[in-house]
Design a protein around this ligand. Structure first.
Ligand SMILES: Nc1nc2c(ncn2[C@@H]2O[C@H](COP(=O)(O)OP(=O)(O)OP(=O)(O)O)[C@@H](O)[C@H]2O)c(=O)[nH]1
Ligand SMILES: [Zn+2]
Length: 358
């Protein structure tokens, strides 16, 4: 598809369809797959999609490995697709138990499952990517027949999908906050993504390079005061640091759960309750360790006419993400928060496994 807007539109429609439990067709150079997301399947839509109960299941290699389906060549790469033969006893709930590692303790695995050769790997890979973009578990029923599909999308469109294209400032207003009475909120909108990012500009622009914080949304930490992470205290510490420096900007990015969405983050928490760390939990669910794209933050800074920043972060990926998009990071300012018994392991894992520095 040559028109980027039309291409993004087809992906947006497919994402919407998946979340609603509607069938989607993914078309690649190696063929087409007709798919129903396991997460949004129920007896009703599954019967319409798969009247003969012979649809196979597509899952991530990470999940296949947990299910001991190790006979897949691609199993070394956790996000790769694996096709599993659907046994007749696997209904919608059974498929969810197969797809969702959180249920493993409550629903001892029935198995054995049988992996099948993957006839259309390019289409399958694109389909799993699409599920991750939709914030649902990367797991599908794959029709053998030709059920009607609500949306049809090309693998190339999924690959190049840019939900953040055409970001613009939608509105701005004064917003006195407890940390800084002299603040202004700026709201951003993009047609392809319902997530509305915001910037809080603290103080008056004075020509100096501003202190900037990129904060990824964390409902549990920011709003509920969760002790499992450091987000809430980091958010407030950052606002104080910016206010002390005279002027600066907090970018509040709606990238919940490092970009996998709230529900999948809570699934990761359930796996952490079972002993997995934050990195392994993401991978076990079939996601990458960090699914965020910091280029949206760079776009926001450009729209605010801020070419250079002093960045409050321990995460080198944020520095690299801004610099890759042409924002100068003149200084990195660490943002350390005292650990508590609930988040000590999380903070250690960030340091040891995701390259966070202090
Ligand atoms: N998937 C997942 N996300 C988590 C977990 N704990 C916290 N998060 C999310 O991680 C993100 C943390 O965001 P930030 O504090 O901005 O980023 P950071 O990578 O920690 O980097 P700095 O704080 O800047 O050093 C938020 O989106 C949280 O919702 C977890 O266990 N799993
Ligand atoms: Zn958090």
């Amino acid at each position: 598809m040559s028109d980027p807007a039309a291409s993004d539109r087809s992906v947006a429609r497919a994402i919407d369809a998946l979340r609603r439990g509607w069938a989607v067709e993914v078309i690649a150079s190696d063929g087409r797959l007709r798919l129903l997301a396991v997460e949004s399947a129920d007896a009703h839509n599954l019967a319409a999609f798969d009247p003969d109960s012979d649809a196979d299941l597509l899952i991530s290699a990470a999940r296949a490995q947990t299910l001991h389906l190790a006979n897949q060549r691609e199993a070394a790469e956790p996000e790769a697709p694996v096709l599993v033969q659907r046994e007749r006893w696997i209904d919608a709930a059974g498929a969810m138990a197969l797809a969702d590692p959180v249920q493993d303790l409550a629903t001892p695995l029935k198995g054995p499952y049988r992996a099948l050769p993957l006839p259309r790997p390019e289409a399958a890979r694109a389909a799993l990517r699409l599920a991750r973009q939709a914030g649902i578990l990367p797991a599908y029923f794959v029709a053998r027949g030709e059920p009607a599909c609500e949306a049809s999308v090309a693998a190339d469109a999924i690959q190049t999908y840019d939900g953040g294209a055409r970001l613009h400032i939608a509105t701005r207003a004064r917003l006195p906050v407890s940390t800084a009475e002299n603040s202004e909120i700026v709201a951003f909108r993009t047609p392809g993504d319902p997530r509305e990012h915001i910037a809080l500009i603290i103080g008056d622009r004075d020509g100096s390079v501003p202190v900037v914080r990129l904060h990824s949304e964390c409902l549990t930490g920011d709003v509920l005061g969760s002790l499992k992470c450091d987000c809430g205290p980091q958010l407030h510490a950052a606002m104080h640091r910016i206010a002390e420096g005279g002027w600066g900007v907090l970018l509040y990015l709606r990238q919940e759960g490092r970009g996998i969405g709230l529900i999948n983050k809570l699934r990761a928490y359930a796996l952490q309750d079972q002993g997995f760390d934050t990195v392994d939990a993401n991978v076990r669910l079939g996601f990458s360790i960090d699914a965020r794209d910091f280029s949206v933050a760079a776009q926001m800074l450009k729209l605010l006419s801020i070419p250079q920043v002093r960045l409050l972060t321990n995460n080198p990926a944020k520095v690299a993400g801004l610099e890759a998009e042409g924002i100068g990071v003149t200084e990195r300012l660490p943002l350390a928060i005292a650990a508590n018994p609930h988040n000590a392991r999380y903070l250690d894992t960030k340091r040891d496994r995701t390259g966070h520095q202090l």
